[in-house]
Design a protein around this ligand. Structure first.
Ligand code: 13P
Ligand code: SF4
Length: 392
């Protein structure tokens, strides 16, 4: 059976045709942010797209994989934790096996509190790393270690270290969409669920901040809290693409619609929102608000849970590039899309059980297991646990 790729919604009505061609513009506002970083992101996206679209796996028997994955989760003492952006087939499996579908904060908390020996994280690599840092005693696996995030890629630790060293009087706050090394350099970690409250708290304490990597989330936090913040110039390739002009036209076509926007989006798109928030907050808003139609500026994997919770409401993807324009993501994260039933099944097969030959274990689990040096785990746990305790 062929895997279904989720298509961007709403564009038909506006006659906007997305292209998948990457077209990164340089954005050199920071001394530490370079063309080299942009080139790295561009190369990684080009490699992620074919795997994300499952071009080579059209003959896979999904029903077989679903049955086997359910059995293997039990045999291997594993729990499946999925982000809202992954393939609906994976989200459904998490639901059916008493795992979790959640935002990045919910995923982190669930993994830490769950009794299973093996955590399987369907999302992107930083989500697996976060789970490992919070639960170093557990084994953490991901269906593919190649699932990156443009925010993580846009913030190399050697350059962020220089940014921090150039501002020794400032507290370093980093978004959870970063590597373990960046978290180890930070004083605080935040997710989109708790960033406003944490930045407000720090600002009220009189602290001056550096924030990275997302320049849009950073600008939004700065505007809302009036905190004294210097911003790294990273961006999410999915959310940066939402366009206010297209959104205005779509709102005219659907005047009854509420607009839901993730804070990684540009300021002019955020200004049009009825609700700005993390994926969990946007899902809640889609349940609570009475509007019959929702225009959603975030990754379109979220439509699975939105539509499930409100089957009679209509959900439309906010427009990205227009005709003739280029669109890097088209409301689809190429790295989230690299998670699929096949690599999840292969990942579970590689996890040892009691009958395994221990000499071959490392080689088998290597493509899936999150490994982080002990000293990085210890340092990164400080900023992450500070956030977890703040959010309890
Ligand atoms: P959430 O914190 O809302 O899950 O967002 C994570 C993410 O990667 C958004 O692009
Ligand atoms: Fe990273 Fe954006 Fe993908 Fe989220 S949607 S994982 S921020 S690239």
């Amino acid at each position: 059976m062929m895997m279904q790729k989720v298509k961007p919604h709403g564009l038909e009505k506006l006659n906007l045709e997305p292209s998948l061609e990457p077209s990164l513009e340089p954005s050199l506002d920071s001394d530490f942010f370079s063309q080299e970083i942009l080139n790295k992101i561009k190369t990684d996206i080009s490699q992620a797209w074919p795997e994300s679209l499952n071009l080579n796996d059209r003959d896979i028997d999904n029903d077989f994989l679903v049955r086997e994955i359910k059995k293997l989760l039990k045999i291997k003492d594993a729990v499946l934790i999925s982000h809202y952006y992954v393939d609906p087939a994976l989200q459904a499996l998490s639901e059916q096996t008493e795992g979790l579908v959640g935002d990045s904060l919910q995923m982190a908390k669930f993994g830490k509190s769950h009794a299973a020996k093996n955590l399987i994280i369907c999302g992107v690599r930083f989500m697996g790393e976060t789970a490992k840092i919070l639960s170093p005693e557990k084994n953490v696996f991901v269906p593919t270690l190649k699932a990156e995030c443009s925010l993580d890629l846009s913030c190399p630790s050697d350059l962020f270290k220089k940014f921090k060293a150039a501002n020794p009087d400032r507290t370093a706050v980093v978004y959870v969409n970063t590597s373990a090394e960046i978290k180890a350099l930070a004083d605080w970690c935040v997710t989109s669920s708790n960033a406003l409250q944490i930045i407000q708290y720090l600002s009220d304490q009189g602290e001056k901040l550096i924030f990275g990597p997302d320049k849009y989330l950073g600008a939004y936090l700065k505007k809302e809290t009036r905190a004294d913040m210097l911003l790294w110039q990273g961006f999410c390739v999915v959310h940066e693409e939402f366009k206010s002009a297209g959104l205005r036209s779509l709102k005219q076509a659907y005047p009854e619609a509420a607009i839901l926007v993730h804070p990684e989006s540009p300021e002019d798109v955020l200004e049009m929102a009825n609700c700005v928030g993390s994926t969990a907050k946007l899902l809640e808003a889609s349940k609570k608000l009475d509007n019959p139609v929702f225009i959603v500026a975030t990754e379109n994997g979220i439509f699975y849970k939105m539509q499930q919770a409100s089957p009679h409401k209509k959900f439309i993807s906010a427009p990205t590039g227009g005709r003739g324009a280029t669109c890097r993501s088209c409301a689809h994260c190429p790295w989230m899309g690299m998670n699929n039933l096949k690599n999840l099944y292969e990942c579970l097969l590689a996890i040892p059980d009691n009958s395994s030959n221990f000499n071959t274990l490392e080689a088998l689990t290597q493509p899936y297991e999150i490994k982080i040096p002990e000293e990085i785990i210890q340092k990164a746990a400080l900023s992450l646990n500070r956030m977890i305790h703040f959010s309890q």
